[in-house]
Design a binder for this molecule. Sequence first.
Ligand SMILES: [Zn+2]
Length: 119
Amino acid sequence: MNIDIMLDKLSKSKFRNSFHLNKKMKDYVYEKGMDTIKCHAYDFVLSRLASNEPINDGSQTPMKGHPVFISQHACACCCRSCLEKWHHIPKGRRLTNMEIDYIVDLLMRWIMIEVENEK
Ligand SMILES: [Zn+2]
């Protein structure tokens, strides 16, 4: 799925579009830099989503605490049910490397747009 098309679709969902980065989160992104945030995104996706049966699937993504978590809710990459519903990535099997890259690219694009919109 094309990332721009997906972001456009997500922005039309009242629920998904209700998630935004606050000033503190944006400051954190600036402070750490996009490369580091991207590493965090890979860590979270690999440890919380990628396995065939993620632990606490459906509630593994906090609503606060890290910009990537917020991005995951905004981008419907919070759990395997949302990945299946929005991104047509089936549950019950391990994510492929291509899917992991796609998810991280989407999350990072959303974060970049949020950060740039501040100014
Ligand atoms: Zn979800």
